[in-house]
Ligand binder design. Sequence first.
Ligand code: ZN
Length: 160
Amino acid sequence: MRNGQDKVYPTRPHPLTSRHMQDSPLLAGNIVEKLQSAARKAAENAYAPYSRFRVGAALLFEDGFIATGCNVENMSYGLTICAERTALFSAIAQRGSGRKIVAIAVTNVNNSPSPPCGACRQVLSEFVAPDALISFLGADGLVQRPFAEIFPFAFHLEPQ
Ligand code: ZN
């Protein structure tokens, strides 16, 4: 394990996540490790010549499909897109939007904390299962939480 990433924060018991962790082959075993590894690999492809901060994300869907993405910067800065949304939009472009995300991993090659930004949390919230698990590098190592815990009170509008 690199640089404190083996430190795992204790996750408060979350009934749905706990059930998934026990019963679902998707989230069994070292799935967090696998997703973190896929995210790290994606981060290697990041286009980040301005910040040099290369981020990767991996999304596990309920049918086992894993989508990855990296940040893609733009010289205008404002048009930059994060790894999490790159992964999500790529998955939707490839397979449509019918499947829920059950786990998310975010990491970077800079070994710096990189929790998802607020924009990504809002966008992801529309596609995550209620009990989706997210892992990302925090200040003291890998943080693992139910998604709902890191993004309560999401903006919500009923589709027409
Ligand atoms: Zn973001």
